[in-house]
Ligand binder design. Sequence first.
Ligand SMILES: [Zn+2]
Length: 407
Amino acid sequence: MKKLVKMKLRCEVQVSDHQLCIKKPGKAAFAQVSVGRKPGHKDGPIYVMICTAQNRNGTKYVIWKNLKQIFGKFVKDGKATVRFMNPPHDLAFSKANADLLDTFLKVVKLVAQGKGLPDESLSSLAPASLKQVERPVTSLSVMSPSEYPMSFPKSLTKLMICNCRLRRVSPHVLSLNLLTTLDLSFNSLSSLPEQMSQLKSLTSLSLAHNEFVTFPIVLCKTDVRRTLLVLDMKHNEMHSVPSCIKECEKLQSLVLSSNKLHSLPQCLGHMKSLTSVSASDNKLQYLPGSMLRKTWELADFSNNPFNLSIDNSTQAASFAVPSLAEWSARSVVNHEVQFTKEDLDLHSIQYVQGAHFCVCGSACFETSVRATKKRPLWATSAYQGDVPLQMHFCSLRCLKLFNSSKR
Ligand SMILES: [Zn+2]
């Protein structure tokens, strides 16, 4: 067990009477929760004390022979309930720091079992200061340069900075490690710093209406790729999206509308979490064949100069036997073999990364047939018509199968 240090837990607390037939829980209030003895009572009983803005002196619950039960199944989500006998109250904690809540419950349990606790793990139960019971600011919108603050509250989880002519993301913003939603739309950004990786909880990022000419590769190369669910890059100047976007393993929604895209990466249809893609108002002549691999929740490709007269497989003349290099590279990709710069030389890495994907899902390289096919895209909403798809086929068998199928 971790060393028990004196700690103050700050979270939402909802008090309810568990003896009432009809449960009527009180409103959740932001509170400071501590465990300790009354000041000056060195050997006195140990209490849980709840201090709120309305009651800074606090309500105390003696623990020894008074704790009935601890409901700690959802500690990881920052939630738990502690039940006392007298008064018959349930204290439901939520929005707590999971680690602190876990330590708090362990301390309460030890006291209830009558185990001795080192004094340094207990607090002196003095009334809370106003600052200690103030609900932390979690959301902030800055809508003009004049509103831009000198510093940002560390507790922010949502931050919107729009119309501020930002050319770079400030280190103050990058130090907000609780941020889950960051909206930097309507600025003058054209790149992102490496330190984006400090935003360990970032799930939603909007860079819409900025000046990105190239895709900010930092998003695929740093830890952001492990948390990001939603990326909005509409109304920028991008000409392409790199295939490394597939490193954003949790990405569910990608908005690329109103850019200057001529093509989309083949990997899009292979990204397991991705269910929504918007790339309307671009310069797309065809879509990657992998888009046929799933039914999209949303797939919007309206207002693109699609050439629907193309439907060919003219290069299907013959399939040569793939080279040994190609067979090896196909295996590396198909079996998701992990490799580093020490395992493969740069040329081989580039070769492997240039994989095309057949409709069957297998990787293929120069020994493949490229064809443009017209097929309807399956999506629950938006563009429903035929779209031209740039397809790759790894073998004559796959090509024949595809030609004879309806999709
Ligand atoms: Zn195939």
